[in-house]
Design a protein around this ligand. Structure first.
Ligand SMILES: [Zn+2]
Length: 59
């Protein structure tokens, strides 16, 4: 898959919305539809969302 995805880089995106939470084998994965950023699976959907949004804060 691939190709470069648009104008918003992960560091410039707050990953707030739109975000989808997907249930996977190992838990839940949150993915930001704006920047295409996602995270490894977490135990809960809340954790997954938090992990994604921490990316935006941690710079
Ligand atoms: Zn984002």
């Amino acid at each position: 898959m691939g190709g470069s995805r648009g104008k918003i880089r992960p560091g410039e995106c707050g990953h707030v919305a739109p975000v989808i939470i997907r249930e996977v084998e190992h838990g839940y994965v949150a993915k930001c539809l704006t920047s295409g950023t996602d995270r490894p699976a977490k135990e809960s959907s809340e954790e997954a969302l938090k992990a994604l949004q921490e990316l935006a804060r941690g710079r």
